[in-house]
Design a protein around this ligand. Structure first.
Ligand code: C5P
Length: 233
């Protein structure tokens, strides 16, 4: 199950990111490079992580007109990343353009539905009539209809989306903590065991591994808990 762990490189320092990669490359499947790190490290950093033998989740959450997003996705595909993200709220034509741009490549597009920082009042403020749970389901369904291969969703949403979208869609879940971990600023957390039981395919884990006294031991504990969830009938 270690290949199902994505470690979030949440730092502005390419050097720090590369030391985390060096320490954990054999222990986890992927590293997530996002908006803080990519503008500093650029494509060269992505290449270095790949040279260390790891796969990449390039989390830049594209949201623009279809033609521009298709171009952005092609550039991500050219970098050899395994996953990249788009906002489902970009609409069906944008989602379809993103899916088409990645078709036949080794890159799976993941759609982001409603950011977990938004609540019902925030959605109302931007003119959405739906409540957050319904908006998540609707946007996820729209993305899958447009040919998108996966969804980033909170652990709270995994079971509903798995039931709704079926087994083929890749579900990637952040906000995961071992029972003994501190929760930090995450408000809704689940254990790796429960996330896998609910139907998650990949877990995005940041601080519980990167800030652990022994990151390798922490990664192994996550993998063991995920395996226990898989083996349990
Ligand atoms: O350190 P921690 O495990 O909380 O990091 C989780 C990672 O997942 C961070 O990169 C964070 O931006 C990302 N994420 C999240 N919640 C979401 C979407 C993404 O925590 N709803």
């Amino acid at each position: 199950m270690k290949d199902r762990i994505i470690v979030a490189l949440d730092t502005d320092s390419p050097d720090k990111a590369l030391s985390t990669v060096a320490a954990l490359a054999g222990e986890v499947g992927l590293f997530k490079v996002g908006m803080e790190l990519f503008p500093r490290g650029g494509p060269r950093l992505v290449e270095k992580i790949r040279e260390a033998g790891s796969r990449i989740f390039l989390d830049l959450k594209f949201h623009d007109i279809p033609n521009t997003v298709a171009g952005a996705v092609k550039s991500a595909v050219a970098l050899g990343v395994s996953f990249t993200t788009v906002h489902a709220a970009g609409g069906k034509a944008m989602l379809a353009a993103a899916a088409e741009a990645a078709a036949g490549s080794g890159t799976t597009i993941l759609a982001v539905t409603v950011l977990t920082s938004l609540d019902d009042a925030d959605l109302s403020n931007i003119g959405y009539a739906l409540r957050t749970g319904d908006a998540v389901t609707r946007l996820a369904s729209l993305a899958v209809e447009a040919g998108i291969g996966g969804i980033v969703c909170s652990a709270k949403e995994v079971a509903t989306l798995r039931a709704r979208l079926g087994g083929k869609v890749t579900l990637v879940t952040p906000g995961v903590r071992l029972p003994e971990d501190s929760v930090g600023d995450q408000k809704r957390v689940v254990t790796p065991y429960d996330a896998i039981r609910a139907g998650a395919d990949y877990l995005v884990v940041g601080r519980p591994i990167t800030k652990a006294a022994d990151p390798v031991a922490a990664a192994r504990k996550f993998a063991a808990e995920m395996k226990r969830a898989r083996l349990n009938p």
